[in-house]
Design a protein around this ligand. Sequence first.
Ligand SMILES: Cc1cc2nc3c(=O)[nH]c(=O)nc-3n(C[C@H](O)[C@H](O)[C@H](O)COP(=O)(O)OP(=O)(O)OC[C@H]3O[C@@H](n4cnc5c(N)ncnc54)[C@H](O)[C@@H]3O)c2cc1C
Length: 506
Amino acid sequence: MTNPQVIVIGAGPTGLMLAAELGLAGVRAVVVERLLQRSGQSKALGIQPRSAEVLELRGLLEPLMDQAVQLVPGGHFAGLRLDFTTWDTRHPYMIGIPQGRVEALLEERLAALGVPVLRGYEVTALAQDDDGVEATVHGPDGETRLRGRYLVGCDGGRSTVRELLGIDFSGLDGRLLSVVADITLDDPDGAVSATWSLPVMTPDRTGKGYLAPIGDGVHRFLFYGAEQQTLSRDTPISEAEVGRALHHTVGPGVELTGIHWASRFTDASRQVERYRHGRVLLAGDAAHIHSPMGGQGLNLGLQDAFNLGWKLAAEVHGWAHPGLLDTYHAERHPVAARVLANTRAQAVLLVHDEENLALRDIVSDLLGVPEANRIVAGMISGLDIRYDLPGPSHPLLGRHLPDLDLETPDGSDRVARLLRDGRALLLTSVAPAAFAEVVAPWGTRVHHVSVTAGLGADAVLVRPDGYVGWAAAVGVTGDMAALGAASRLWAGMTTSRPRNDHQPTS
Ligand SMILES: Cc1cc2nc3c(=O)[nH]c(=O)nc-3n(C[C@H](O)[C@H](O)[C@H](O)COP(=O)(O)OP(=O)(O)OC[C@H]3O[C@@H](n4cnc5c(N)ncnc54)[C@H](O)[C@@H]3O)c2cc1C
């Protein structure tokens, strides 16, 4: 491909989602992936409610639901149940779906958008200047150089991009060594549950694990017993080790017949200090890793990408507000930092000793209190995210706008459908002409819809990622100057900036 504007390294869920957002916004993007084909290994199995909403904003949820193994009401915190129904969402459940299927779906979207995925190409060197980034990639035909205006490292926890830039990835080393394996088994008496479920996790290191069917006759088996703690991360995983753990978990009547893949992982948690290094940005596991507890990593990556895509597109198209791209770090770094913290807290609740068991009992009781359960459910599901955005205070500012049913002069509609094309959205339930006049300079970049019922506010400016950038309460005359400022920040400058006036920050 010639002259990509953005080079995305890594075709995991983060890189694919980012490339889809860039493609939707008309950016020439390319994804560089070192694997010739998808590995067939699915680390993640669950889509959280906020990710489901995000996918729905681009029409990706319906095809994903068609591929789901199962929907499970609620989520979990260290194996303790969370109720998502207390949040205003159409999707108060975990969608059980192997990561590989999510990736396949996103890759189909890329094909439809004409965004190429270069498979079998590995990035080995990077150089950036004031104008762009050059990546050296090794592929089937040897070494090639790709140049783009920006490059995003979505290349996972052992990110080459991060290493090439010498970016520190410090944090806490893992204390618990676990094994994940996708296995087939012989279960003549039906001892193993036939339905996918949320993990039943208890503070137990006797070798008991989590076992659940994930479709196509395959079972996900996760275990972290005493034996695993004596081994190193590089120790090969043998059938004998998996078989022993299986017997501990479900008894001798169930036999292991095959291992599709298996891997050891730890609960190490690390995060880069800055997500942007000049014209190179980091997203997903390349920027943060943590224990899979609660099922949040893939979801974080998808939402990093969703936050970054439209901002990067605005930058490439030359109309971004000078501070827009840096809001990616400002908004997403604290979200991941909080996930690192909550996974560490979950790890404490899973270690088997008397103090921790006492603490777990108390947390368990607290989660029985609806308001406490709601707080933790909001955190794990991603539904409680509130970005610290400038502008007049309003309960909706910085939060995602729920997928409201709206009445418009053209008939019934929903917020999710109105955001499908990736543009900013101005919804007004009063004085549409006055609001239309204020946002007129942004032309088609702001999609203005007059609402006759269902909004619950006088006017709301929604960013392309569904978060509210400005809102006026019912009965309060909209602060038009503030709407203008918010439009400038989120929908861009109304005259194009010259190509190089925004220098990299480092
Ligand atoms: C056991 C386990 C269970 C999990 N369960 C869940 C869960 O239920 N829910 C959840 O949300 N998360 C879960 N996670 C976490 C989730 O799998 C990760 O957070 C997710 O894969 C991160 O996606 P990513 O795209 O950022 O990185 P990755 O998926 O790691 O993708 C990175 C891609 O970059 C490519 N790459 C690497 N280096 C280069 C290079 N030099 N050049 C070109 N390409 C390169 C790789 O081949 C890879 O395809 C789990 C993780 C584990 C280990």
